[in-house]
Design a protein around this ligand. Sequence first.
Ligand SMILES: N[C@@H](CCC(=O)N[C@@H](CS)C(=O)NCC(=O)O)C(=O)O
Length: 214
Amino acid sequence: MKLWAYWRSSCSWRVRLALELKGLAYEAIPVHLIREGGEQHAESFARQSPLRQVPVLEVEHAGRTALLTQSVAILEYLEEAHPEPALLPRSPIDRAHVRSMVECVNSGIQPLQNLHVLQRIEQLGQDKKAWALHFLERGLTALEALAARSAGTYLAGEQVTLADVCSIPQLYNARRFGLDLARYPTLVAAERVCESLAPFQRAHADAQPDAERS
Ligand SMILES: N[C@@H](CCC(=O)N[C@@H](CS)C(=O)NCC(=O)O)C(=O)O
């Protein structure tokens, strides 16, 4: 598999986590989202990812090669194609709850403070940091409340799930914006445990070959 990704992209990080947790080998191809206006805007990349976003995962499955976009679609593909270890619980209700935590991040936080959105907010003369903090705070408050219903060692009991896979990169991102995470004790407690696990360490933004020190 080939993964087009940017080290600090939370959506790329979600996919790296699922690949690492499932023990799947992949080749990482860095796409620099900032340098020279962003490599995601090159026409060659847009042919792979029409929304000009990372991640993109190239997979070979049942004799076909495909380029997959949208991190949650990719996570679901990996879960279906490589079911072990499972990143969703068994019970339909618990699966729905994990997916609702995933969507809390995937549609309730990340797209509202994505690079392209923040660049547009700035072009319109608004305060992009205040905008991002509003949605981070709102979304993480909701995620904390959802997680408090199910958390054990991890956000959904005793199993690492896609909820952890989406929460961890979002918390890193929230810290970059200076958000005080003390109000999200359930999220931070699960994060602390995850950080001690090798797949989470390998997938971490700062461990990527294209990571920059800042
Ligand atoms: N819904 C998409 C969002 C992908 C996305 O927003 N990717 C960001 C990095 S996390 C990106 O490529 N941004 C480039 C830009 O905004 O120009 C997914 O889950 O894959």
